[in-house]
Design a binder for this molecule. Structure first.
Ligand SMILES: Nc1nc2c(ncn2[C@@H]2O[C@H](COP(=O)(O)OP(=O)(O)OP(=O)(O)O)[C@@H](O)[C@H]2O)c(=O)[nH]1
Ligand SMILES: [Mg+2]
Length: 357
């Protein structure tokens, strides 16, 4: 039996199996077998013909992908946010390619990608689903674009992305693993409730050919999280949900998720959306200063939590190689012109002068 058939068989079995105490173990093992085959099938070597995807160059300080059903207004939104001219029309699948635009906001250049609409089954290649998902995977933020007539499609969208390895608004599971030569599997749980049984952990590790290791769980975990940790193919991306076309109808009152209500066509809610995009991307502004000039007016944008080393690399790789120390003014230091090293974490609005060897 080929891998594709095997995958289908396992997925069918998983769908058939009711989850309860008695089947928990079996489900965990099935899931790890499925994850393994998926990984094998998606590795370029094995795939035979590889999908070329869209030809998009990452540009700017961060990239945002618009994901949603056809005709929800993604292209209209791109045009409104960036002044791009992606074709819009009332029929589905107007956009067949990836159209980029740039949003200039508070000194940041944010690349926004308008993508073809995705429908259920996108991950299996329905529409240009696979390429859309590949583009979304590379983004720093995903905008889920719903329209006011189908806001509850959100669940399906999130599920479709999940099944393609995109974890929205969560962080990688806190697990560490140290492989050993002998001694079997040792499990240390740092939390009261482990989430899954030792037996299942050992069985899943076995699927990944790990027979001797010390695994430390820093949080309560599910079998999916353990598989993600071992599989290493999942990506963790923050998201914002927008409900578009509020000029036509009020969003239903029973919506149970956070969203921003907009009308892309009438420019309603877009200022708030821009601000949210900026905040979610965690971009901060750094001003550089040299011996010859006062600080530049045009800030350099980095992500919150990044360091002097990241700034150096962003300016020029030589600067990083020849770094001696830096002087920093602003929120991240105790006094002006404080001398710092490469690991120093910067804050929004800091001014930095880099001294070379
Ligand atoms: N009333 C109203 N119509 C809108 C709004 N935004 C978009 N539309 C209309 O909805 C239709 C679809 O818009 P598009 O921007 O092409 O939608 P899309 O999501 O890019 O569609 P695909 O490319 O097919 O996936 C067009 O007729 C737009 O004019 C809005 O805020 N209000
Ligand atoms: Mg479109």
């Amino acid at each position: 039996m080929g891998l594709v058939d095997k995958l289908k068989e396992l997925e069918e079995e998983l769908a058939r199996t009711q989850k309860n105490k008695a089947t928990e173990f079996h489900i965990g093992v099935l899931k790890s077998k499925i994850a393994k085959i998926k990984k094998e099938l998606s590795s370029p070597k094995k795939a035979g013909k590889r999908s070329t995807g869209f030809l998009i160059k990452k540009a700017g300080d961060a990239t945002v992908a618009l994901v949603g059903l056809p005709s929800t207004g993604k292209s209209t939104l791109l045009n409104a946010l960036t002044g791009a001219r992606s074709k819009t029309a009332e029929y589905a699948f107007t956009t067949l390619n990836c159209i980029p635009g740039t949003l200039d906001y508070k000194g940041a250049k944010i690349q926004i990608l308008d993508l073809p609409g995705i429908v259920e089954g996108a991950k299996d290649g329905v529409g240009r689903g696979k390429e859309v998902i590949a583009a979304a995977k590379a983004a720093d933020l995903i905008l889920l674009v719903l329209d006011v007539f189908q806001p509850f499609f959100r669940d399906k969208l999130v599920k479709e992305l999940y099944n393609s390895g995109i974890r929205l608004d969560s962080s990688p599971p806190q697990i560490s693993l140290e492989k050993r030569k002998t001694g079997g599997i040792q499990i240390t749980s740092m939390v009261k409730e482990q989430g899954i049984t030792d037996k299942l952990i050992i069985a899943i590790l076995k699927e990944y050919s790990i027979f001797n290791a010390h695994i430390i769980l820093h949080q309560k975990i599910t079998e999916d999280e353990l598989i993600d940790f071992l599989d290493k193919t999942a990506v963790y991306i923050p998201s914002i949900t927008v409900i578009n076309k509020i000029d036509l109808k009020e969003p239903p009152a029973d919506i149970n998720f956070d969203y921003i209500a907009i009308s892309a066509q009438n420019n309603v809610g877009l200022d708030l959306l821009k601000e949210k995009i900026f905040q979610k991307l965690n971009l901060i502004r750094i001003y550089t200063r040299s011996k010859f000039r006062e600080e530049d007016d045009i800030p350099l944008m980095i992500r919150k939590g990044q360091t002097v080393a990241d700034v150096c690399k962003k300016i020029h790789k030589d600067l990083y190689a020849n770094f001696k120390y830096a002087l920093v003014w602003g929120k991240s230091v105790k006094f002006p012109a404080q001398k710092v090293g490469l690991e120093h974490v910067l804050e929004d609005g800091d001014v930095i002068q880099i001294i070379k060897k």
